[in-house]
Design a binder for this molecule. Structure first.
Ligand SMILES: [Zn+2]
Length: 155
């Protein structure tokens, strides 16, 4: 059987098993750099607005998803985030039980497209969609310019 012939039995192709190292490094990009620098230096969450569509984006990006125009109008979000959905985590990424359950949520801001996934500092039974929360930041000297500069969100 050649490679171009259709098969439903992939084990019939010549193959060998092994491990291949693959390391990736993703940058935050121009908009992400500006967002994280502002988070580190000012403690504010920036959104970018499309002047044509009047859509604000958080996380900010360079171009509008709707009209592809450049987003040049940056401003800090005000007001609390709203919990959209939550999950309670009992094990870490390796399956090791956590000392205490963690609550994670998808957070959205009114009038802003997008949102963040972050930890909630609240008891699992209090974490409900619709809960208003605000970010709790690390002290300024401890911030490094990434999402962990936000310790968690709290009601
Ligand atoms: Zn637009």
């Amino acid at each position: 059987m050649t490679f171009l012939e259709r098969t439903t039995k992939p084990d019939r192709f010549r193959a060998w098993k092994g491990d291949m190292e693959a390391d990736y490094r993703y940058t935050s990009g121009v908009a992400g750099e500006r967002f994280f620098t502002a988070l580190r230096d000012t403690g504010k969450l920036l959104a970018a607005r499309c002047p044509s569509c009047d859509i604000r984006y958080l996380p900010p990006r360079m171009y509008c998803e709707d009209c592809f125009g450049p987003l040049a109008d940056w401003s800090a979000v005000d007001g609390p985030a709203t919990v959209e959905t939550v999950t309670v985590v009992h094990v870490d990424a390796k399956g090791t039980p956590l000392p205490a359950p963690q609550v994670w949520a998808i957070l959205r801001w009114k009038g802003i497209r997008g949102g963040l996934v972050h930890r909630l500092a609240t008891a699992p039974e209090r974490a409900k969609p619709g809960l208003a929360v605000r970010p709790v930041l690390r002290p300024r000297p401890e911030r490094v310019g990434n999402i962990t500069d936000i310790l968690h969100f709290a009601p």
